[in-house]
Design a protein. Structure first.
Length: 429
């Protein structure tokens, strides 16, 4: 859609107004002039004056009224009788137009004539003022009032902390673009609030889960303390039983330490800030793949990576992306038999990174809880699934998501993050 401009619309309104005012003023002046002519028409009659000078110097004058353009009529005698053939006599003639006299009009005609003269000046001024007022009213109602009202209503909603609305504006000019920007801001606030609410809800669920799970090691510690106290009093506690009790106490203490570490790390996630910066995308991903491959060099599992992105420059938080993939690769290392595959490609404006292993895959319980912060339901191996939980939160902070699934040969974790200001270079060969 072609963008409009308030400046152009205003100039167009002014031009149309000036044209209309000029046309109306011209018609008004012409009408007033015709009215004046009808009230005090121009005369078509003239005075024909003849001056006759006799030889003795005496002057005689005679005047006759005639009509211009009329039928020819005899003029009659213009000189005194008997002097037609006087020698030395000269004659001169003068024609004077007969002007209509304002003084001869009636009072009503005089008032109408004066009113027409005033109208010739007043009506153009009135039309100019009326045109300015109408043009301003039209411009305000059509171009200014709708977006202003929409923005005022939107501001009132935001002030009430109500984001369940939309900013509608059909205009494409600067105010329309401002409404569109306000709607984008509202949607961003909605998304941020939803994300914050989800994180708070998930944090509550996580803390409740940790608090519930802490009951078991606390109960174990309390039971063994009571057992040791009773055994010591009765003198029935052997060294073997003491060692076993102390070992169980140590395991319970370690388990409680892991739970408290979970709570601490989840709190730290919320305070983490995203710091995007400009990176050469393909070069950065190659280096990232090499760094992650180094995690597998001391074991029997081998990591291979493929980068299928064009040469371009992108803006994103590479450090946070590394932490996400480090968690996922570390999780895959615990279950993979021999191979982990890391692939990079683009999906529109998103960067996709997929970690696949040849292990047993994710448990069904983990896949069922794909939209929440999750902990492993089985903590017997000492891992609570915090790496997956933190990776999911990191992906959301990066404007993307984490998708978990099982392939034919093992588990698959797909990371999607937003990359900005993509400037493509040469195509990928």
């Amino acid at each position: 859609m072609k963008k409009g401009s308030l400046k152009k619309e205003f100039a167009r309104a002014v031009a149309v107004t000036m044209l209309a005012v000029s046309l109306a003023s011209g018609l008004a002046i012409f009408g007033c002039y015709q009215l004046q002519k009808s009230i005090l028409p121009d005369s078509d009659e003239v005075w024909l004056t003849q001056k006759t000078t006799a030889p003795d110097g005496s002057v005689s004058e005679s005047t006759q009224r005639i009509e211009l353009g009329g039928q020819p009529e005899p003029l009659g005698h213009l000189v005194p009788e008997g002097s037609e053939d006087a020698p030395g006599q000269t004659a001169s003639y003068a024609v004077d137009r007969i002007e209509s006299s304002f003084s001869m009009l009636t009072a009503r005609e005089k008032a109408a004539y004066r009113a027409s003269q005033a109208a010739m000046v007043g009506l153009p001024l009135l039309f100019a003022l009326l045109g300015i007022a109408l043009a301003g009213q039209w411009f305000y109602r059509k171009k200014l009032e709708p977006p202003i009202r929409a923005l005022a209503d939107a501001t009132a909603h935001v002030k009430r902390q109500d984001l369940d609305f939309q900013v509608h504006c059909e205009s494409t000019d600067e105010l329309g673009q401002l409404c569109t920007a306000f709607e984008d801001m509202r949607q961003a606030l909605v998304d941020n609030n939803r994300l914050l609410w989800d994180m708070l809800e998930q944090r509550r669920a996580l803390q409740a889960s940790v608090a519930h799970d802490l009951r078991n090691p606390i109960a174990i510690v309390g039971g063994y303390v009571e057992y040791l106290q009773e055994g010591r009093k009765a003198g029935l506690l052997t060294d073997e039983e003491l060692d076993r009790a102390l070992g169980n106490l140590r395991a319970a203490a370690e388990r409680m330490g892991r739970y408290t570490e979970v709570v601490r790390e989840v709190g730290a996630i919320e305070d983490l800030e995203v710091r995007p910066k400009e990176e050469r995308l393909r070069e950065f991903l190659e280096d990232l793949g090499d760094s992650l491959a180094a995690l597998c060099r001391d074991g029997s599992v081998r990591l291979t990576h493929r980068v299928s992105v064009p040469e371009c420059t992108a803006v994103f938080d590479g450090e946070l992306l590394y932490r996400v993939l480090e968690n996922l690769v570390g999780n895959a290392l615990r279950y993979a038999r021999s191979t982990i595959t890391l692939e990079f490609h683009q999906e529109g404006e998103l960067l996709a990174a997929t970690v696949t292993d040849d292990g047993p895959g994710f448990p069904k319980a983990v896949l069922r809880r794909k939209d929440a912060l999750l902990l492993s339901e089985d903590a017997s191996d000492g891992h609570l699934g915090l790496g997956l939980a933190t990776s999911r939160v990191f992906c959301r902070k990066l404007g993307g998501s984490l998708e978990l699934s099982n392939s034919d040969g093992g588990a698959r974790a797909k990371v999607l993050i937003a990359i900005e200001d993509l400037r493509r270079g040469s195509a990928d060969g």
